[in-house]
Design a protein around this ligand. Structure first.
Ligand code: NOJ
Ligand code: CA
Length: 679
């Protein structure tokens, strides 16, 4: 098998057909025939609709654009031509939650033209897969549409059902944050929300997830409800400073608008629709791009025992970093993240974005010396680049910083964009910010650097094209359990993340807190304090449940010493051949099994919300006829996230694919299992 070459079974261009006055309709179905998209003109407007198994999923929904300084391109349209194509090819991801991805789809391209004097043209391309669909606009080069400013993308999603939607809000145009807690409600009361937006239809036969793919030179998409109990959502784009959403010139292509479809929520992951709608890798040799686990000088800052800034409590000192490097080397970690190593943190670092230097270390941090020290121990420093949203300041230093890191043999960066407003009042997610992030990924690729981005633009599958774009935050991670309001993240949080945020791509959640009462913070503990609201076993299970190719063991090294549960963090894989969701309900619980990439080894992670649960799990995912040793890390007697999170029961059992072990999850608990070959 030659896994890296795409296996093209069939790419078939079927027909390009001019459209007669009568035929103002076209249809395209998924390869399995279950999903059908129809596209047509109604009262001069171009609309699309989606049906699955003969049931309506999306009712006729309008397509088009409102421009600044030019008439809207939506009305008095006529269909001019259609073209069809089909594809069936399988590609291998250099790393991921699944190795092989089959891109099998039918494509329909629909051309339309305005009937008026301007005669402007656009095309919409639909690709229909068995697991959903994507569509994007193409604005061809033409006399009456050259340079343009989009005021609004008029795309609608008229959902056929008042489905239960799982969402985080986005109703503060310039202050959109992804780091919020999820809510769920009927779709008809949704106001303004972020994607991926997961919706469970009331017939219990359809789950739909709206998101986007291949976001390159355009703002990030949100979804706005229309109020008045409407089930229709509209694309809402993050604005530039002057309110314009996107500027460009023809020929121009928008990102894909995607609707992932499944019968049940358990079928949503692994979610690969977005990968299929991104171009293949532009990095020829991906050998250097390696998933890894890491530790770091990080949690101490969030507990307030270290500072990023210089002074007596400075965390990023040479001595302290050596201690972390030694710990990483002893325990088989690939990387050591060090935050607060570079000049710029003193004072109000969120406001002083232009003070950050990405090359100049603090005097008590010996960057070259530490890079060499780490290398000698088989570990790598992960360089931290907090930009505080200072895009221009960062861009000015990209080449000098990346060439410095490269010269020191450092090939991974964790970056951050904590400020809400980026680049002089453009939205944090504007076209300007999207361009910036693309530029950073491409520059990093040029220098052979992997990226883990905090406060990012949401993931639209760019890791297919740029596999050095590894992980990102873009959601409410563990850090909120150190300092967040509302006592941190509620016990249900990660059971929602799995079926929402994680569908877009990996998340650097930073699991692995063992000191669950945060004694190391020195703060007196009360149940209302922010702290991880999980048991210890659940912290372990999160390594399997929440996929990331860069997974942190987030606690202080001293909190792992002498802890038997630490063995699981050392053993767990970060790169997978396959992923199977065995059971789950959004907001309640989920059980996930994954097979280690290239190895006869499986892991299982099960997590629950505040409810205790007993789940019998058939191990039918294991290959038949082989014996495995199951190393089980379960909640111990009387474990409970509220007042007794630490009891951990570690046991071993020999199992086969016919075994059906019973998992017992404590309130806020979990189970983590490693399956290794018995022989
Ligand atoms: C927020 C990030 O999520 C966190 O990981 C980091 O430590 C701080 N910003 C400082 O950059
Ligand atoms: Ca953050």
């Amino acid at each position: 098998m030659a896994p890296r070459t795409p296996n093209v079974l069939a790419i078939l261009l079927l027909a390009v057909a001019p459209v007669t006055a009568r035929a103002q309709q076209a249809r395209v179905a998924s390869p399995d025939g279950r999903t059908e998209v129809s596209v047509g003109i109604r009262q001069g407007r171009l609309e699309y609709a989606v049906r699955r198994d003969g049931r309506n999923v999306v009712l006729p929904s309008v397509l088009g654009f409102a421009f600044r300084g030019a008439p809207t391109l939506r009305d008095s349209l006529a269909l001019t031509d259609t073209a069809r194509a089909s594809r069936d090819e399988t590609f291998t991801q250099p790393w991921g939650e699944v190795a092989r991805v089959r891109d099998r789809h039918n494509e329909l391209r629909v051309g339309v033209q305005e009937r008026g004097a301007l005669g402007r043209r656009m095309r919409v391309i639909f690709r229909v897969f068995d697991d959903g669909l994507g569509f994007r606009y193409e604005l061809p080069e033409q006399p009456n549409l050259g340079e343009f400013a989009i005021d609004d993308e008029l795309t609608e999603f008229a959902l056929a059902d008042d489905a239960r939607a799982w969402w985080i809000p986005s109703n503060r145009p310039r202050l959109d944050r992804s780091e919020m807690l999820y809510a769920s409600s009927p779709l008809s009361v949704v106001d303004s929300v972020q994607t991926p937006l997961t919706m469970e239809f009331r017939d219990r036969k359809t789950v739909a997830v709206i998101h986007e793919a291949d976001l390159v030179d355009y703002p990030r998409m949100f979804l706005a409800g229309r109020g008045m109990e409407s089930r229709t959502l509209r694309a809402a784009l993050a604005p530039l400073r002057d309110g314009v959403k996107a500027r460009g010139r023809t020929p121009f292509t928008t990102p894909w608008r995607t609707i992932q479809l499944a019968d049940r929520v358990e079928q949503l992951a692994p979610s690969v629709l977005g990968l299929k709608l991104n171009p293949p890798s532009k990095i020829a040799n991906t050998e250097w791009i390696k998933p890894m686990k890491y530790v770091g000088i990080w949690w101490g800052m969030h507990l307030n025992t270290y500072t990023w800034s210089s002074g007596a409590q400075h965390g990023a000192t040479t001595e302290n970093t050596k201690r972390y490097i030694d710990f990483a080397a002893r325990n088989g970690f690939g990387g050591v993240l060090v935050e607060g190593w570079n000049v710029g943190w003193d004072g109000d670092w969120i406001q002083n974005r232009n003070a950050f230097s990405f090359t100049k270390p603090y005097p008590d941090y010996d960057l070259p010396g530490l890079a060499a020290y780490a290398k000698a121990k088989g570990v790598k420093l992960i360089v931290h680049n907090e930009t505080s949203g200072g895009l221009a300041n960062y861009e000015r230093q990209l080449d000098s910083a990346y060439s410095l890191y490269r010269s020191l043999g450092l090939d991974a960066i964790k970056s951050g964009y904590v400020a809400d407003t980026v680049g002089g009042n453009h939205s944090h997610y504007s076209q300007v910010a999207v361009r910036h992030h693309r530029k950073v990924v491409e520059t990093a690729a040029k220098y052979g650097i992997m990226l883990d981005v905090h406060e990012p633009i949401h993931d639209t599958g760019e890791r297919r094209t740029w596999p050095n774009m590894m992980s990102r935050e873009g959601s409410r991670g563990q850090e909120y359990n150190a300092w967040g309001g509302e006592g941190g993240n509620p016990p249900e949080h990660e059971t929602i993340l799995f079926f929402t945020r994680l569908l877009s791509g990996p998340m650097d959640f930073t699991p692995g807190i063992f000191d669950l009462m945060l004694k190391s913070s020195g703060r007196p503990h009360s149940p209302e304090e922010p702290r991880p609201r999980t048991t210890l076993a659940k912290q372990l299970a999160l390594y399997v449940v929440l996929y990331s190719p860069l997974h942190m063991a987030a606690d202080l090294p001293e909190n792992y010493e002498g802890q038997p549960g630490f063995q699981f963090i050392k053993d767990v894989a970060v790169d997978w051949d396959t992923t199977r969701v065995l059971e789950g309900r959004i907001g309640d619980y989920v059980v996930v099994a994954r097979k280690t990439r290239g190895k006869d080894e499986w892991f299982l992670g099960a997590i629950t919300d505040e409810e205790a649960r007993t789940i019998e799990v058939p191990l039918s995912f294991l290959p038949a006829g082989r014996r495995y040793v199951a190393e089980i890390y379960a909640d111990g007697p009387k474990a409970d996230w509220r007042d007794n999170p630490l009891p951990l029961a570690i046991s071993k059992q020999t199992v086969t694919s016919a075994s059906r072990p019973t998992l017992r999850l404590a309130p806020g608990g979990g189970v983590a299992v490693r399956f290794r070959r018995a022989e």
